[in-house]
Design a protein around this ligand. Sequence first.
Ligand SMILES: Cc1ncc(COP(=O)(O)O)c(C=O)c1O
Ligand SMILES: N[C@@H](CCOP(=O)(O)O)C(=O)O
Length: 468
Amino acid sequence: MRYISTRGEAAPRGFEDVLLAGLAEDGGLFVPETWPTLTPSEWHALRGLPFAELSARILHRFTGDALGFDELHAMTRDAYASFRHPAVVPLVQLGPRDFALELFHGPTLAFKDVALQLLGRLFDHVLAKRGERITIVGATSGDTGSAAIEACRDRASVDIVILHPEGRTSEVQRRQMTTVMSPNVANLAIQGSFDDCQDMVKAMFVDAPFRTDMRLAAVNSINWARIAAQIPYYVAAALALGAPEREVAVSVPTGNFGNVLAAWAAKRMGLPISHFIVASNRNDILTRFLTANDMSARPVEPSLSPSMDIQVSSNFERLLFELLGRDPRATARMMQDFRATGRMPVPDAAWRQASAAFTGFALSDEDTLAEIRHWHERADYLADPHTAIGLAAARAHAPADASIPVITAATAHPAKFPDAVQQATGFRPPLPPALADLYDRPERFSVLPNDLAAAQGFVRAHTLRNAA
Ligand SMILES: Cc1ncc(COP(=O)(O)O)c(C=O)c1O
Ligand SMILES: N[C@@H](CCOP(=O)(O)O)C(=O)O
């Protein structure tokens, strides 16, 4: 299995190199050279397997010979042993055809743990084999940061620096990152938006000397391994509902487009997903694109679902590459124009293809609160604001064929956003016991302006200090 860059100027390479590279040197994202597909009997063989085994079987299709199945299975078993639910990613029925795929039972209470608990172990495995060290630089709007820190803290071969937008995460999210005192972990609060943080991280990756000197690696969903590790839960849910014989639809609260892209990748592998519903908050660039081919970035606006306060969705590039018939030159040109102008006129044929497969939906804060209240009153179900947006989108855009179930990705635990949940329901969800003293723990982070040189200086100092 080899991977190519969406922009065509980076050498193709295998899974381990892609894992360590993160972003391709040409600024593009790695994608599989060809998509692996499963036959109906291969899908059947996965039905009912423990999640760790199913996950290893799917991932093995993407690692090729780089990793043996047994090694991979040992890692998935270990990664998911700490999840608080025995099913790891339980599917909860909320209505006749409405299901919540709960992805928040990992250590930091969001879907990011599913991939990042595994990535931490993959990094260790590959670095130990190669005798190398890396510095991870990541951007977060709240959840990737804590999940990555939890997965990488105290690992001998890894330093990690996470950039978050100052004051724009929930307090629980910030504290989950800034109360970790491990010497290999550092947090930067950037005076800007998540998009600014993500731009800085990408700029560090395309600064070749800096990238090489620091041995940079990525934990964001620009890293293909993140996407690959998010595919298995869609497989598990669809098989549980009758796939491959029965079609399913998915509704995914969306920011960087990684989680919904993982579902789309499952479809490319042959899983019968008939509809993709892309749910966002008032930062609705994807909805504007899907409904009116208006891909134009606006300033990021804070909302009650801060993890989705994103305008420039990294993984859209992977979809664009496919929509353009895998033409790397056209992809590179369009991405560069988007960067320069903030607008991306997508050719009509490509847009029609996208809008036939994906339906966009955006929800205001007020309606998000109403949706949390609706599920609490109707099904005694507590949804966090991100999940609520996914559930609202599923209700608005469920396929006309009522035999198709709709799986909504429940991406965060309600206790991560207690203020919004309390405002909607009057009930303040408590943190699980492992995090019960979170508000009493001391915090450590540095604040920097939205300035690339300053952030690079910080990353360099952190790396050198730990190497000494
Ligand atoms: C709770 C939550 N829901 C949804 C999203 C959006 O996911 P994605 O960026 O993969 O589209 C995020 C952040 O990425 C998140 O943290
Ligand atoms: N919502 C994310 C933003 C980063 O997304 P990623 O999937 O690319 O890591 C977050 O919570 O940090």
